[in-house]
Ligand binder design. Structure first.
Ligand SMILES: [Zn+2]
Length: 243
């Protein structure tokens, strides 16, 4: 007779209430374990759906958007830079926000020249070829002066296996003819990570010439030298819309 049988036979002689109590405790244990597992699974699914963002991040971004809509002066910006910048830097270690701001400044300057009939295409900005055609033209051409790019913030960031898109919100003031404007724009900057499902070779190592298809690497996987990542050459402006 093994030990288990002894215990089981012994247990048969225990008072009924002890057996019932043990059954209840065991039942509660099973239920709480299952509930905890379901909760963990739900949290994981929610995190994946939100791209790793916490619900509080989303709420803050929504509140910022509302304050912005209610704010009469477009010079004030409510972005979500602190939420998204760490995620962008995690995916693109060489992303440089001041450099991105300079590119945005240049883009909006060129945008206004096109809008007010002073130019017909983007020359120095790294814009999608069809972006100029999408710029709404002012009723009458006007000379531009005192263009002042105030500030920009990151409004959102999405990365899939196909592309990464950063949406900026930017404010710019200018005089067109004799009228002063203060405008706010939403601008998308996109980096294609694959073309027709084939991962693009995004970087060429300056030391060994190796082609690298990940942007998250700091060192060349072939020769180990540091990688220089040129943000301006690789990201393209795809949309400019009044906000
Ligand atoms: Zn190399």
């Amino acid at each position: 007779m093994n030990i288990l049988s002894v215990v089981l036979l012994g247990a048969l002689n225990w008072p009924k209430w002890i057996l019932i109590a043990l059954a209840v405790v065991f039942g509660l244990f099973v239920i709480s374990t299952i509930t905890a597992a379901i909760r963990r699974w739900k949290n994981r699914v929610a995190n994946n759906l939100l791209g790793g963002l916490k619900l509080s991040d989303i709420k803050k971004a929504i509140q910022d958007g509302q304050s912005e809509a209610e704010n009469p002066t477009p010079r004030t910006l409510f972005g979500a830079t602190s939420i998204y910048l760490p995620k962008i830097l995690n995916d693109f270690p060489d992303f440089h926000l001041p450099e991105a701001k300079n590119s945005l400044n240049l883009l909006l300057n060129e945008y206004l020249q096109i809008r007010f009939g002073q130019a017909d295409k983007f020359v120095d900005s790294n814009a999608e070829p069809d972006l100029a055609a999408m710029v709404p033209r002012a009723a009458a051409p006007a000379e531009l002066s005192d263009i002042a790019f105030h500030d920009c913030a990151i409004r959102s960031y999405i990365k899939t296996s196909e592309y990464a898109t950063i949406t900026y919100i930017a404010t710019i003031g200018y005089t067109a003819g004799d009228k002063r404007y203060e405008d706010r724009y939403l601008v998308d900057s996109t980096l294609k990570l694959s073309e027709m499902g084939i991962p693009k070779k995004l970087l060429i190592c300056s030391q060994c010439g190796g082609a690298i298809d990940s942007t998250a690497l700091k060192y060349c996987p072939y020769c180990g030298s540091g990688i220089v990542w040129d943000t301006k050459l690789s990201w393209r402006f795809t949309t400019v819309a009044p906000a």
